[in-house]
Design a protein around this ligand. Structure first.
Ligand SMILES: Cc1cc2nc3c(=O)[nH]c(=O)nc-3n(C[C@H](O)[C@H](O)[C@H](O)COP(=O)(O)OP(=O)(O)OC[C@H]3O[C@@H](n4cnc5c(N)ncnc54)[C@H](O)[C@@H]3O)c2cc1C
Length: 239
């Protein structure tokens, strides 16, 4: 009987753990071929994205290289972005891979599977609010977190311009007072301290106001009351 191929799409928290477990069991004994597919070649632990966004975390030190990881754990990593599934033929359609200049490195192609696991995660919901998709940063992926970081550093740099310096207040709005929003708010103050230490001194903590917007009466719903109270006190102390 031919060895069945199990394809897992998405090397996030769920997909990577599953590929590792299946690789160490079925893959190692050659009872199945385990293939992990992701559009990126590295895995960054998503709960740390807000730290990547503020520059507290250095992604090149904290990411897992999927090629290296796959060979150590008896599964095969394939880079590719899923665009469609042909269920009758048990075939995945993958987008072409382009280089940094947009030239095609690999054309669109297919990947056959016997068993398929979808682990492509989720993205933030903007609830169709006009303007949000075009004008807000999202922190759902390492690329988005790095884009936020670039924007933040450039904004700080812009404030070194004496003309801008006169308007000395920088206001940052965070929509969503869950754990990520609260952590990001706190990290932003650390980030500004860090930038000051690195010589970007146009703005200090007193000139940054962070607004955390939450529809519910309190942030971090689901946390114990005592924790929410302490959290609020800490945020107010920083603000
Ligand atoms: C900023 C932030 C902070 C968080 N903090 C916490 C926390 O403190 N505690 C907690 O429990 N949870 C936290 N979460 C939630 C947690 O990270 C997610 O629940 C978890 O990552 C979901 O795992 P997953 O494997 O389903 O998807 P993900 O980890 O999102 O992984 C999805 C993977 O699929 C890949 N992918 C997507 N589409 C395609 C495609 N078309 N083709 C190929 N590959 C694709 C992506 O590149 C990614 O690698 C946080 C999330 C965020 C964004």
């Amino acid at each position: 009987m031919p060895t069945p191929r199990i394809v897992i799409v998405g090397a996030g928290a769920g997909g990577l753990a599953l590929a590792t477990r299946l690789g160490r069991t079925l893959g190692k004994r050659k009872r199945a071929e385990i293939v992990l597919l992701d559009r990126n070649t590295t895995h960054v632990w998503k709960p740390l994205l807000h730290e990547l966004a503020t520059g507290v975390l250095n992604s090149s030190m904290d990411e897992v290289d999927l090629r290296g990881h796959s060979s150590a754990h008896f599964y095969r990593f394939q880079r590719g972005s899923l665009t469609g599934i042909n269920r009758e033929q048990q075939m995945l359609q993958l987008a072409p891979i382009l280089d940094e200049e947009g030239y095609e490195v690999l054309p669109a192609r297919e990947l056959a599977y016997d068993y398929l696991v979808m682990a492509i995660g989720s993205v933030s919901n903007d609830f169709g609010t006009p303007g949000v998709a075009e004008h807000c940063h999202f922190i759902d992926s390492p690329e988005q977190a790095k884009a936020f970081q670039r924007d933040m550093i450039n904004t700080f740099l812009r404030y070194t311009d004496p003309n801008l310096r006169q308007h000395t207040q920088l206001t940052i709005g965070i929509v969503g007072g869950g754990a990520t929003g609260v952590e990001l708010a706190a990290e932003l103050f650390d980030a500004s301290r860090m930038l000051n230490a690195y010589g970007v001194t146009a703005l200090d903590n007193q000139q940054i106001s962070v607004h955390l917007l939450e529809a519910a009466p309190a942030c971090c719903r689901g946390f114990r009351n005592g924790s929410v109270k302490r959290l609020k006190q800490s945020l107010k102390r920083w603000a």
